[in-house]
Design a protein around this ligand. Structure first.
Ligand SMILES: Nc1ncnc2c1ncn2[C@@H]1O[C@H](COP(=O)(O)OP(=O)(O)O)[C@@H](O)[C@H]1O
Ligand SMILES: C[C@@](O)(CCOP(=O)(O)O)CC(=O)O
Ligand SMILES: [Mg+2]
Length: 396
């Protein structure tokens, strides 16, 4: 172990277009959010591994000697990190008594942590305490699972010495090299596989790299020319599981391939037209016509997502309430509840936004104007973190 204590953070994300279709090889556009997940890792001499997850009320520890037995016969190298080690996962499920079909919040988080810890530290299990706390709502479509996995990946790889510890004593925050970030992203994807079943990789890519990204079949291209967009985020607070929703879409595609495939392709085309429109807006300056196009694309995509079966009456309410004021909304992330986004036009009056927010809050939703394009995964000094965050992370 190189360090005694360090902090990392990673952002959540908003998918503008392409959720679900991206799992089936289509184009998605996604951007990081200014809501982050924070992780503190401490090396200890207790002979135990502790994990503290206050967002989901989970505080657990294991003796290292008990965990060591799970590694018997484990492959040292993870086959280029493309596939999960099915044997290790099976042993872990038996050890933790978490069944294969479980979508329980705590179980998924614990399984992802233990899998990553055991794989990264396979050669010599270290005593550590890991505490994770997030500003993101858990399981609401804003990529909390990816932010969690990116933080775990960065912290465990750094602690093990597989990647550097980029922070110098003079700095408050620092980032890793391109190659190191690629490794962080690949390990975070493994965590996403455990939590999501069949992730596309877009969420962990945004959590790692930050900014505005186009994601297509594993290829990540940053969009450097994007206009400033104002987005209202609404959390319907209806709980849902990405794993269940992604698997439901797959079942529908298998049942009606000729019906669903054109829908997925149309969503991909929506992403491409949106990208072209954003580029034009950045190059020539935004016009009312550009905003009309963005709004129509939002409506088209929301219809497609309903066809895929990932809508929800709470999301219909969001679309209806906002459209009554001329604002256009769609779900973001896996849907089935969770969060939706509403595009605000530059000329949208503050009073219109205020009354929309009030009506959405009266429906029982959380609603706030968000800021997008935050930096990806970072290492921080304790001085860089607010007292509030430090207090939460250090209180276990
Ligand atoms: N702060 C956190 N602490 C512990 N586990 C977390 C945290 N954030 C996310 N998770 C894990 O990620 C899961 C949610 O992932 P998911 O269903 O993909 O929703 P989303 O990624 O949209 O928030 C949770 O059930 C939990 O296992
Ligand atoms: C539905 C999907 O496109 C996004 C899921 O995002 P979230 O976990 O709901 O934040 C799945 C994926 O891309 O892996
Ligand atoms: Mg997720």
């Amino acid at each position: 172990m190189q360090t005694l204590e360090f902090f990392v953070s990673a952002p959540g994300k908003v998918i503008l277009h392409g959720e679900h279709s991206v799992v089936h090889g289509q184009v998605a556009l996604a951007v990081s959010l200014n809501l982050r997940t924070f992780l503190q890792l401490q090396s200890t001499s207790s002979g135990e591994v502790h994990i503290n997850l206050p967002n989901i009320d989970t505080f657990l520890s294991w003796e290292i000697t008990a965990l060591q037995s799970l590694l018997a016969g484990c492959k040292a190298e993870q086959g280029g990190l493309k596939e999960l080690d099915a044997d290790l996962l099976k042993r872990l499920r038996e050890f933790t008594r978490i069944s294969e079909d479980s979508t329980d919040t705590r179980s998924m988080a614990v399984l992802a942590f233990l899998y990553m810890y055991l794989s990264v530290f396979a050669e010599s299990l270290a005593s550590i305490t890991v505490s994770v706390w997030s500003e993101l709502p858990t399981g609401a479509g804003l990529g909390s699972s990816a932010a969690y996995n990116v933080c775990l990946s960065a912290a465990l790889l750094s602690a093990r010495g597989n990647i550097s510890n980029p922070l110098t004593p003079q700095q408050e925050s620092a980032r890793w090299s391109k190659e190191e970030m690629e490794l962080i992203n690949r390990w975070a994807f493994m965590g996403e596989k455990i939590i999501h079943g069949n992730p596309s990789g877009v969420d962990n890519a945004v959590g790692t790299w930050g900014g505005f990204l186009r994601y297509h079949a594993g290829n990540i291209s940053p969009l450097s020319w994007v206009p400033v967009l104002r987005i209202l985020l609404t959390n319907t607070k209806v709980p849902r599981s990405t794993k269940v929703l992604v698997s439901g879409v797959k079942d529908k595609i298998n049942k009606f391939p000729s019906v669903l495939k054109p829908v997925l392709e149309s969503v991909s085309a929506v992403s491409c037209v949106c990208e072209q429109t954003l580029t034009e807006m950045a190059e020539r300056g935004p016009s009312a016509e550009h905003y009309n196009i963005l709004e129509e694309l939002i409506d088209i995509n929301q219809h497609h997502l309903n066809v895929m079966g990932v809508g929800h009456s709470s999301l219909d309410t969001l679309c209806r309430v906002t459209l009554a004021r001329g604002l256009h909304s769609k779900l973001t992330g896996a849907g089935g509840g969770g969060c939706g986004i509403t595009l605000l036009r530059p000329e949208t009056d503050t009073s219109v936004i205020q009354s929309t927010v009030e009506e959405l809050k009266a429906c029982g939703f959380d609603c706030w104007e968000t800021s997008i394009g935050a930096p990806g995964v970072q290492q921080h000094s304790s001085a860089a973190l607010s007292q509030h965050i430090l207090k939460i992370l250090s209180s276990y």
